[in-house]
Design a protein around this ligand. Structure first.
Ligand SMILES: [Fe+2]
Ligand SMILES: [Fe+2]
Ligand SMILES: [Fe+2]
Ligand SMILES: [Fe+2]
Length: 408
């Protein structure tokens, strides 16, 4: 399949940007604005098309390690955006997460060093040309977006930003990058492009179109990266997407699915809870009955899974299967209230498996149920008309060999 990597990234990464908005109070779309700035600076510095396409991917993903970092630091209150800049962990985790990402150039350590400064004052104390150029650009763009408001980049405000950066020129940031930035902010479209409603189109307009011919197997490698980011968001559900994907594989084997259909089902399972990145952890991790407001927020997660995935060409059926996992046959599910006639087999299958996975996985406040106990609840739901009876029976059969043993 012809696969537009950057299109895919932009589609799914809008969820990443919510983490920073929720946790650190950064304006929404931080990752995208960093990508826009990086792209424009890279162009002015004469990078070629492959480097520019990679630079956009890297910039969009630069803080991907935050979800895991946040959950690891859950007990600690981190509230100011500047606090996380001083933490190496999100750089190390982020670099590790993109290890298998199909970049066009074989170049490592960009995300690892995205907080380095020319004078060695960064997290790893690299200096000058020891810092890869792409990392220098992202570091600069990140610095700008955390401290300044691109929508005000004109008149007196623009002059103040310039004065600020002039002082750092050749100290924290390379003169070439600073000068390219001064040229950039002189055009009105710089601030207009970065408005929330325009930013995706602007990045698409200026990013070299680099399609890759990829089979679904290769795409799966990327969806697994996101599965890991999603699971890492909360230690309460730390293996949920991975576990679901494994079970989906077992069911696909049971139904003798073709290899391609199996991989597509895996991708749907990897990404099914993508929209959870938009939901604050105190709701995801509530150990009590949710309030009406909180439940309304939870209901939005599959809506956003669909919003992100439906933009990806080649993902039409994968999107259906992933985004319908909380719909019910009797129309009592969410967010669309779809009914039996709208739910294809794999949507029903993922819906059932998601329940089975949730029931049988351990949570910090309770251990997972055994197979039989979980099946009892699911059979009751099937009898009540909520989920597919036949599939529930098949799940009972496929995982029965584990008997009473807990399936995690
Ligand atoms: Fe960062
Ligand atoms: Fe950042
Ligand atoms: Fe879900
Ligand atoms: Fe789920």
């Amino acid at each position: 399949m012809k696969f537009d990597l950057n299109n895919f990234l932009l589609a799914v990464s809008f969820a990443l940007d919510y983490i920073e908005k929720d946790v650190f109070g950064l304006a929404l779309n931080h990752g995208k604005r960093v990508a826009y700035d990086s792209l424009m600076l890279g162009k002015r510095l004469g990078m070629d098309e492959d480097d520019l396409a990679d630079l956009v991917s890297l910039a969009v993903l630069h803080d991907n390690g935050l979800s895991e970092y946040i959950s690891a630091q859950h007990a600690r209150a981190l509230t100011k955006p500047t606090q996380f800049e001083n933490v190496k962990d999100h750089c190390i985790i982020g670099e590790r997460n993109v290890e298998n990402y199909p970049f066009l150039r074989e170049e490592k350590t960009i995300i690892l060093y995205h907080h380095e400064k020319l004078d060695g004052s960064g997290l790893f104390h690299l200096r000058g040309s020891e810092i890869p150029l792409k990392a220098q650009i992202i570091s600069f763009a990140d610095y700008i977006d955390i401290r300044f408001d691109s929508s005000k980049m004109y008149g007196e405000y623009k002059n103040r930003v310039k004065e600020h950066i002039v002082k750092l020129r050749d100290k924290k940031f390379s003169p070439a990058i600073c000068d390219a930035f001064f040229d950039e902010i002189n055009r009105a479209s710089y601030r207009l492009d970065q408005e929330d409603g325009n930013i995706v189109n602007a990045i698409n307009r200026y990013t070299p179109q680099k399609y890759m011919i990829m089979d679904y197997k290769r795409v799966r490698e990327i969806s697994m990266i996101f599965s890991r980011i999603i699971d890492a968001k909360s230690k309460f559900t730390g293996r949920h997407s991975k576990g679901l994907s494994e079970k989906a594989g077992a069911m696909a084997a049971f139904y003798h699915y073709s290899e391609e259909k199996t991989i597509k089902l895996h991708i749907a399972a990897d990404l099914h809870d993508l929209g959870k990145l938009l939901i604050a952890n105190d709701i995801l991790e509530a150990e009590r009955k949710l309030t009406t407001d909180e439940f309304a927020k939870i209901q939005s997660h599959t809506y956003y899974t669909r919003v992100a995935m439906e933009r990806i060409s080649g993902f039409e059926d994968i999107t259906e299967w992933a985004a319908n996992h909380h719909e019910k046959l009797n129309g009592k599910g969410y967010p669309y209230g779809l009914a039996a006639k709208d739910l294809d087999f794999n949507s029903r299958l993922l819906g059932c498996l998601d329940i089975y996975q949730a029931l049988t996985e351990d949570r910090p406040y309770r251990s997972g149920m055994g197979h039989l106990e979980g099946m009892k609840i699911m059979t009751d739901m099937a009898d009540g008309g909520f989920i597919d009876k036949g599939i529930v029976k098949d799940i009972g059969e496929v995982f029965a060999y584990r008997g009473k043993e807990k399936i995690k």
